[in-house]
Design a protein around this ligand. Structure first.
Ligand code: B1H
Length: 826
C-alpha cells in the first residue's frame, strides 16, 4: 500500500475548515489533482491545491444558489449582461468571504508555505478594460453579499486585456494568455451549451395557424459553451454565478474536407468559430466599429437570453411572465442588441404577438449609461449590422417604426425631433444607434453619478428625457469594501476593526462613520500614519524590485492610476511635475518636502497621443530622478501593467489621489472611491462622483481645482484659446517650452511636438485652462501635508465619511429603484 496523503483523508476533507482539515485537503489536492507531493510541488501546484481546497468549501453555497434560481417560482433574479467582468485575483477574496484565512494560513505554515505569497502569486483574469468591467465585478460581489439572486453573463475571452511592458519608455503590448496555467475557479457546463447563428438571410412563411411569420436562416452557427465562476458573498452562505460564454465550432472539424485531403479547410471553420471569443477589445471608451466586436456582443447576448428562457421553461412558467423571473441589466450598450434578440426569440421563436412580446421585453430591460463622450456612443453601420444580423435589423426597423409613430403622435409636425430620436442615424453611412435601442427597449435608464445623470438628461439624452422623464434615474457607482479595503489593506482593516468592530465589512455605509470619533485622537492618528507608512514601504519594495526606482516611504505619495486618456489628463499632471521640478532647479536650497508622484495605466494600442504621454512621463521621470539638484526630494515613477492586482497594492499606499479629468467628461470614476476608502485625500475637479465624494467628506477635506462643467461650456462658447494661457502664465509657458525644446528628450524637439502642439492649438480637454488652478491647489496640498495632525485627520475623515460609496449601497439602489427586488440578507 503506497503511503500517500490521501490515505489519511477524512470523509469531510472537502468541507472541514479547521487547520488540520485544511492541511489534509491541500495535501490531498496536491497528490490527487496535480500528481505531486510537497517535495515535488511547484509554486503553481501549491496554488492549485489551495485554490481547489477553497473552491470545495464554496460548493455548498454554490449548489444552493443554482437551486435557488432554478427552483423558486416566485423569485426574480438579476441577469447582469456585461461584455466585461474584471474580477481580479480570486483566491484572496474567496478566502476572505469564507472567513478561513487564519486556519488556512496555519495549515499552510505547517507545510512550510506562506498563504500571502500564494495569494500574491495569482495571475488575474483580465477580462475587462477598466472601470466599467471592474464595476460589474464589484456589483457581483455586492449582490452575493446582500443576497440578491443574480447571474452575471459575459464573454470567456481567450485573451484578456494585454499585458503592458515598457521598453525605453514606450508601452509595448503583450498577449495575455491567462488560461495557460488553467483556471481552477471555473466549471465548464457543456450540457448547457447553445448554438448561436450569424449572417445569412430571412424568409417569410405561413405557420400552421395561417399567420405570417419570419424565419432567419443563419449562414453559420457557433457553439456557446458556458464557463461558470462562483461569486460568493461575504460570510460564505450566499453564492451567485458568473457565466462566461466561450465560442466553439458546432462540429469539431469538417470530415468531408478532411477525407478528401484538404486538412486546412477541415479545421478552418473551427478556427473561424473560435475567433468570436478570442480577444477582448482593448479600447476603453472610443468604440471601434469592427464586425467581430458586434459578433461578440450578439454571441454572448443570444446565448444568455436562451439560457434564461431555458430556466423559465424549466420552471414551467409561461413566457409572458418572463419579466417576473429576470430583471436584465444592460451594462452600457455593448449588450443592447439583447432588446432585438429577445423580441426575435419571443415573436419568431415562440409565436408571441408583437405587442405582448414588447411589453415583456421593456419590463425586463434596464440600461446603464457609462459615458457622455460622443465618440464612445456605439453606432453600427446598417450595412454591417444587416450583414451579420439580418433579422435583428428588420426587428429594429419595426421597433423604430412603432416608436416614431408614438413620437409623431405626441409631437405632431416635429420631424427634427423624430430624426434626433430615431434608432437610425440617417447621416452617411446610415447606422443603428445602440443607445437609442437600449433606451427605447428599457423601462429604466441610469447614469452612474449625480452629475453624469444630470448631464445625460440635459444634454446627450435631452429628447428622450423630455419624452419619458420617468425612465431616467441615477445610481451613483460604488466599490466593494471587501476587496478594496478588507482584503487589500489588512493593516488598516485590522486597525478599523479594533475601534469599531468588524461589521463595517458588510455594512460599510452604516458602520464606517463610527471612525469619525477617532479622527483627532493622537494615539489613533499615530497608528494610522504608521500603517500608511508600512503600506508605502510595501509599494516601494515592489517599485524597487520591478523598476529599480527607490521610493522614500516618508515622502508624500501622490498617485494617478487609471487608463491613459486625454480626457483624464495625465498630461496635466506631468506639466505640474515639470513646474515643481523647475521651481527646485531655480532655488535648489529652498525647502521642499519629499514628494513621490506615481503614474500607472494602459493606453489603447492604437491611441497615438496616449502612448506618447506615457513616453513623456518616463522621460521626465528619468531626468528628475537622476538630477542631483533634486536629491530625491521629487521622484517620478510609472508603475507598469496596472491591473486589479497592482491596484490592491497601490490604493493603500497613497496619500493623494489624482482625479483630474475635465469637468463633464468622467462619468463617475471608481478609482477615486478606492483611494478614498484607503485614506487618500483627493485632488480633483468637480467631475463624476468627485462631486458627491466632496459633499460627503466636506470641502475642507478635498483639494478642489478647475473649471466646473457649466464653466467649461461657457469658456468653449466664447472661443477657447489655449495659447493665451501659455502666453500669460510664465510657469505654464516654461513647462511647455522645456518639453518643446527637448529638455526631456536629449534635445530631440520632434518627439513630443504632437503633445505640445495639440495643447497649444487644440487642447480639447482644456489642460491649459485648468493649469493655474491646479498649481494653486498643489501649494495648498503641500501646506496641508506639512501639518501632520491636520493631514491625518483629513485622511481618517475621508474613510469615515465615504460610506455611501460602497457598492452595497449602489446595489440596494438598483434593487429599490430599478429591479424591484428585495435583498435576502443584510
Ligand atoms: C466607462 C466605458 C467603456 N465608460 C467602451 N465607458 C468600452 C466604453 O471596450 N469598449 O468598447 C469599454 C469601456 N467605460 C467607465 O465606466 C467610465 O469612464 C467611468 O467614469 C466609470 O466610473 C466607469 C464605471 O461606470
Amino acid at each position: 500500500m503506497p503511503k500517500g496523503p490521501g490515505n489519511k483523508s477524512c470523509h469531510n476533507v472537502r468541507t472541514d475548515c479547521t487547520a488540520p482539515g485544511l492541511r489534509q485537503a491541500v495535501l490531498d489536492n496536491l497528490y490527487y489533482v496535480s500528481g505531486n507531493t510537497p517535495v515535488t510541488a511547484s509554486a503553481q501546484d501549491w496554488y492549485d491545491a489551495v485554490a481547489y481546497c477553497v473552491r470545495d468549501r464554496m460548493l455548498k453555497a454554490w449548489n444552493e444558489g443554482i437551486e435557488r434560481i432554478t427552483k423558486a417560482l416566485d423569485l426574480r433574479a438579476v441577469a447582469y449582461l456585461s461584455a466585461e467582468f474584471l474580477i481580479g485575483p480570486q483566491l484572496g477574496s474567496n478566502v476572505l468571504a469564507l472567513g478561513i484565512a487564519e486556519p488556512l494560513r496555519e495549515a499552510l505554515a505547517t507545510l512550510g508555505q506562506d498563504l500571502d505569497a500564494i495569494v500574491d502569486g495569482e495571475h488575474e483574469p483580465g477580462l475587462g478594460n477598466g472601470g466599467l468591467g471592474r464595476l460589474a465585478a464589484c456589483y457581483m460581489d455586492s449582490m452575493a453579499t446582500l443576497g440578491v439572486p443574480a447571474i452575471g453573463y459575459g464573454i470567456h475571452y481567450e485573451f484578456g486585456m494585454f499585458t503592458q511592458t515598457i521598453r525605453d519608455g514606450w508601452q509595448v503590448e503583450m498577449a495575455d494568455k491567462w488560461l495557460r496555467q488553467g483556471f481552477p475557479w471555473e466549471i465548464v457546463q457543456h450540457e448547457f451549451a447553445v448554438e448561436v447563428g450569424l449572417g445569412g438571410s430571412t424568409e417569410t412563411f405561413l405557420d400552421a395557424g395561417g399567420r405570417l411569420r419570419v424565419r432567419w436562416n443563419p449562414e453559420k452557427r457557433i457553439l456557446a459553451v458556458p464557463h461558470d465562476i462562483p461569486v460568493i458573498g461575504y460570510g460564505g452562505t450566499f453564492c451567485n454565478v458568473l457565466r462566461l460564454w466561450s465560442a466553439e465550432a458546432v462540429d469539431a472539424f469538417d470530415f468531408g474536407s478532411f477525407s478528401s485531403g484538404d486538412y486546412g479547410k477541415a479545421v478552418e471553420e473551427k478556427i473561424l468559430s473560435e475567433t468570436i471569443s478570442k480577444v477582448l477589445y482593448p479600447n476603453d471608451e472610443p468604440y471601434q466599429g469592427k464586425v467581430l466586436r458586434l459578433g461578440q456582443q450578439y454571441f454572448f447576448v443570444s446565448a444568455s437570453l436562451r439560457d434564461m428562457l431555458r430556466v423559465q421553461q424549466m420552471l414551467g412558467k409561461p413566457l409572458d411572465t418572463f419579466h417576473t423571473t429576470f430583471a436584465i441589466q444592460l451594462n452600457d450598450t455593448h449588450p443592447a442588441v439583447a432588446v432585438a434578440e429577445l423580441m426575435r426569440l419571443l415573436v419568431d421563436g415562440h409565436g408571441m404577438e408583437w405587442e405582448r412580446a414588447w411589453a415583456v421585453t421593456t419590463k425586463c430591460f434596464s440600461y446603464t449609461n457609462h459615458t457622455l463622450l460622443p465618440e464612445a456612443l456605439e453606432k453600427w453601420p446598417v450595412e454591417l449590422f444587416g450583414g451579420l444580423l439580418p433579422r435583428h435589423l428588420e426587428i429594429i426597423y419595426e421597433i423604430n417604426r412603432r416608436f416614431l409613430e408614438e413620437v409623431r403622435a405626441a409631437y405632431p409636425g416635429d420631424e427634427g425631433l423624430a430624426a434626433r430620436l430615431s434608432l437610425i442615424d440617417e447621416a452617411s453611412p446610415r447606422s443603428v444607434r445602440m443607445a437609442h435601442l437600449a433606451v427605447v427597449g428599457s423601462h429604466a435608464v441610469n447614469g452612474v453619478a449625480a452629475l453624469h445623470t444630470e448631464l445625460l438628461k440635459t444634454h446627450v439624452m435631452q429628447d428622450f428625457a423630455a419624452l419619458t422623464p420617468q425612465k431616467f434615474c441615477n445610481v451613483t457607482n460604488g466599490v466593494t469594501p471587501r476587496r478594496f479595503l478588507a482584503l487589500c489593506n489588512p493593516r488598516l482593516a485590522a486597525c478599523i476593526t479594533s475601534r469599531i468592530g468588524p461589521a463595517w465589512i458588510n455594512r460599510f455605509e452604516e458602520e464606517i462613520g463610527k471612525l469619525e470619533a477617532f479622527a483627532d485622537d493622537p494615539g489613533f492618528q499615530a497608528q494610522w500614519r504608521g500603517i500608511k507608512r508600512e503600506n508605502k514601504a510595501a509599494l516601494s519594495a515592489l517599485a524597487e524590485k520591478h523598476l529599480g526606482v527607490a521610493l522614500n516611504p516618508d515622502a508624500v505619495f501622490d498617485v494617478q492610476v487609471k487608463r491613459v486618456h486625454e480626457y483624464k489628463r495625465q498630461h496635466l499632471n506631468i506639466l505640474r511635475v515639470i513646474a515643481l521640478y523647475s521651481a527646485i532647479k531655480r532655488d535648489p536650497g529652498a525647502e521642499f518636502s519629499p514628494l513621490a508622484v506615481l503614474f500607472g495605466g494602459k493606453a489603447a494600442p492604437g491611441y497615438f497621443m496616449a502612448k506618447r504621454v506615457i513616453k513623456l512621463i518616463h522621460n521626465v521621470a528619468q531626468v528628475i530622478n537622476g538630477d542631483p539638484d533634486v536629491g530625491g526630494r521629487l521622484t517620478v515613477a510609472y508603475i507598469p501593467n496596472f491591473n486589479v492586482r497592482v491596484g490592491q497594492v497601490v490604493y493603500p499606499a497613497a496619500d493623494i489621489s489624482q482625479q483630474i479629468s475635465l469637468a463633464g467628461k468622467e462619468a463617475s470614476g471608481t478609482g477615486n472611491m478606492k483611494f478614498g476608502i484607503n485614506g487618500a485625500v483627493t485632488m480633483g475637479t468637480l467631475d463624476g462622483a468627485n462631486v458627491e465624494m466632496r459633499q460627503c467628506v466636506g470641502e475642507e477635506n478635498f483639494f478642489l481645482f478647475g473649471l466646473t462643467a457649466p464653466e467649461v461650456v461657457e469658456v468653449k462658447r466664447n472661443g477657447y484659446d489655449p495659447r493665451a494661457y501659455a502666453a500669460t502664465d510664465p510657469v505654464l509657458g516654461q513647462a511647455l517650452d522645456m518639453i518643446a525644446s527637448g529638455a526631456f528628450s536629449a534635445g530631440d524637439r520632434e518627439i513630443f511636438r504632437p503633445i505640445v502642439d495639440n495643447l497649444l492649438y487644440q487642447d480639447e480637454y482644456m489642460v491649459l485652462a485648468d493649469f493655474a488652478s491646479y498649481m494653486h491647489c498643489q501649494a495648498l496640498v503641500m501646506e496641508a501635508c506639512r501639518d501632520t495632525a491636520r493631514f491625518t485627520r483629513m485622511s481618517i475623515l475621508n474613510v469615515a465619511r465615504l460610506g455611501k460609496f460602497s457598492s452595497d449601497r449602489s446595489i440596494r439602489d438598483y434593487c429599490r429603484d430599478i429591479w424591484n427586488i428585495t435583498p435576502e440578507l443584510g
